[in-house]
Write a protein that binds this ligand. Structure first.
Ligand code: PLP
Length: 232
């Protein structure tokens, strides 16, 4: 187990190295850098981070300008995307984890075709009823699959979820396992344009449970960079 106290007093480079050692090689670590200053992002880069996750299009655009000299970065959009920013998002991000409705998927598909991009996509699922969060319910996602399978410009790679707050470990693990089960059942439909090879789940509080349940991408912010000033 990681010593949380010692970890919180070390530099971000040290934290990244320590956490890395505990991750299976199959798990991709996405450093969530919303509100994180550029200098700290450079430290993370020096510690080996190549995947940055941002929740806002504009913030990512400004940071990409400043980090232009780092050629081998992959940018992941993890926050809700308004359709008027969809084109910009396609220009800035290789991965969009937060595709949370059929309308958004179809819009991204059209725009991506028009600019000749084929973005990597996760479909965001809300495993519990929660009016404060975006995402498909499992039932609605299953109903929308045939239409999603016509979005041929999108490289749909799997599912993403964000847990409701304040769950017990057991509840969290259960939700992660349910997302995994859902992805297996979708994969069994063998839809040619819907791959289910990734599960984007797990944040600072709960990523070991997510990995236990089969996460392939974890999104870590605070455990690497410390607490953010204010949650939006
Ligand atoms: C902020 C955020 C994270 C990172 O959360 P931490 O608790 O800081 O690790 C992960 N995923 C999404 C979608 C987020 O908005």
């Amino acid at each position: 187990m990681l010593d949380q106290q010692a970890l919180s007093q070390s530099s971000c480079g040290d934290r990244i190295a320590k956490i890395r050692q505990t991750l299976p090689p199959s798990v991709r670590l996405i450093a969530v850098t919303k509100q994180v200053p550029i200098a700290t992002m450079r430290e993370a880069y020096a510690a080996g981070i190549r995947d940055f996750g941002e929740s806002k299009v504009q913030e990512a655009e400004a940071k990409q300008q400043e980090l232009k000299d780092l050629p081998d970065l992959t940018w992941h959009l993890i926050g809700h995307l308004q359709s008027n920013k969809a084109r910009k998002a396609l220009e800035l991000f290789q991965w969009i984890h937060s595709v949370d409705s059929l309308a958004l998927a179809q819009r991204l598909d059209q725009l991506a075709a028009s600019i000749d991009h084929s973005p990597q996509i996760c479909l965001q699922v809300k495993m519990e009823v929660d009016d404060t969060k975006f995402g498909w319910s499992p039932a609605q996602l299953l109903a929308d699959l045939p239409t999603l399978n016509t979005c041929m410009q999108l490289q749909i790679q799997g599912l993403m979820t964000i847990l409701p707050r304040e769950l017990t470990s057991k509840e969290s693990l259960n939700i992660f396992q349910n997302l995994h089960t859902l992805s297996v059942s979708i994969a069994q439909q063998n839809l040619p344009y819907i791959k289910m090879v990734h599960l984007s789940m797990g944040m600072s509080e709960d990523y070991p449970l997510a990995i236990q349940a089969g996460a392939t991408m974890i999104r870590l912010g605070r455990i690497l960079f410390g607490d953010r000033n204010a949650e939006k």
